[in-house]
Design a protein around this ligand. Structure first.
Ligand code: SF4
Ligand code: SF4
Length: 406
């Protein structure tokens, strides 16, 4: 007798979206955590509303008209909804698949986003801006660009002054039994948050890890969130090639915003926030005291993807005299959200105002946040509101306070 394996054919994208949407029991528990629902009070701008839109598109009950797709485009991908959902709806997958189904928005600033994905170009632009005194011309040029333009929003986030980001250099350890960790530098972060990457390397080495640096390139998050699945898949292939050459056993990135995309590219690999590895070896690290009050902003991706907030707070508590005040939530998201701050600057500024107001109540001397996008977006808002808290990645502060062994 011939037995035939009864294998089910893989689901089509539309079937997958419909199946994911079917998990939602429409309880509405996610609504109070959704920043866009908080902005508009509109069901279509809520997770439950977006799930209903996705299901209608997948089942052919609706067409992706501009009026309908704008509610999906407005989604920040913050995943606050997924974190509280009692039915474990995989909102992240549902959003990515639905955006891939309808494709990138015609309004998407393709050239600007393509430029931001190129570290070499960004580095050159940063050098030219620094050499020509960016503070002298930035405001004049910004105000000549149309309000709401993505280029104007990008220029507003361009940093004017360098903060003190000197970090110690630590020699690699040669113990045969050290764990090798690969660090993924990313695109914008590899230029605008280079100090955080150097800090992560110094701290990981001090904690006894060997560190391999991968080349700097985009992980594909911007394409994935924008619905360009082909471009995202090409970058995922590049991530896999470089990972295989590294010989490492774990992958880290200082930007929590890249974590989800890296995990999608490497589902079998432990892709983590370096603070989790450092917190696990706290006994190897000693820090010098620092009498300073800092506001700690926890990006949505650090809370909902990396889940490393308690590890970070544990590490910072090891700096004697440091007074850490965590920025309270809600309003949940500062509005940066990858390219959201460029595509929807007015909405992003409204979300940012809530977070800046909360930071102000803490009266900090400095602002810490792990996501370079959040930091640049918040800093642009500070300029407008006349507040000037110096800001840095928490790893940079930790590396600056690291007690070096004699
Ligand atoms: S990901 Fe964030 S913005 Fe999008 S629906 Fe969920 S809570 Fe709302
Ligand atoms: S909490 Fe989960 S099940 Fe409830 S409405 Fe939101 S997504 Fe649906």
């Amino acid at each position: 007798m011939i037995t035939m394996a009864l294998e089910k054919p893989p689901l089509t994208r539309k079937q997958k979206i419909a199946a994911l949407a079917d998990q939602c029991v429409q309880c509405g528990l996610c609504l109070p955590t959704c920043p866009t629902y908080g902005l508009d009070g509109n069901e279509a701008e809520s997770p439950r509303g977006r799930i209903a839109i996705a299901a209608a598109l997948a089942r052919g009950d609706a067409e992706p008209t501009a009026a309908l797709r704008i509610h999906l485009d407005h989604c920040l991908g913050c995943l606050n909804c997924q974190r509280v959902c009692p039915a474990n709806v995989k909102y992240d997958e549902l959003l990515v698949e639905t955006r891939a189904l309808i494709g990138p928005s015609p309004e998407r600033p393709k050239q600007l986003l393509a430029a931001l994905k190129q570290p070499t170009l960004l580095r050159l632009a940063a050098r030219l801006a620094g050499a020509s005194g960016v503070a002298r011309w930035k405001n004049r040029l910004t105000h000549r660009l149309p309000a709401g333009s993505p280029w104007r929003a990008a220029l507003q986030t361009w940093p004017e002054e360098a903060t003190d980001e000197t970090v110690p250099s630590i020699s690699p350890r040669s113990d045969a039994d050290s764990i090798t960790v690969a660090i993924f530098p990313g695109c914008v972060a590899s230029v605008e948050d280079e100090a955080a990457e150097r800090s992560a390397i110094a701290l990981l080495r001090a904690a006894g890890y060997r560190v391999e640096r991968l080349p700097a390139f985009c992980c594909g998050a911007m394409d994935l969130h924008g619905g360009d699945m082909e471009a995202a898949d090409r970058l995922a292939e590049r991530v896999r090639d470089n990972w295989q050459r590294s010989g490492a056993s774990q992958l880290v990135t200082v930007t929590p915003g890249c974590l989800g995309t890296l995990r999608r590219a490497l589902p079998e690999v432990a892709v983590v926030d370096p603070v989790s590895l450092l917190a696990a070896r706290l006994d190897q690290l000693t820090f010098r005291p620092l009498a300073r009050r800092v506001a700690l902003h926890l990006p949505c991706t650090q809370l909902n993807v990396a889940r490393s907030e308690s590890a970070l707070q544990k590490l910072l508590s090891k700096i004697p005299s440091l007074d850490v005040a965590v920025v309270p939530r809600p309003p949940h998201c500062c509005g940066a959200a990858g390219s959201h701050m460029l595509e929807f600057p007015e909405r992003a500024a409204r979300l940012r105002d809530g977070v800046l107001g909360q930071i102000a109540t803490l009266a900090p001397q400095q602002l810490l946040s792990s996501n370079i996008g959040c930091r640049l977006h918040l800093a642009a808002g500070m300029d407008e509101h006349g507040a000037h808290w110096p800001h840095m990645h928490p790893l940079t502060l930790l590396a600056q306070q690291l007690e070096m062994s004699p």
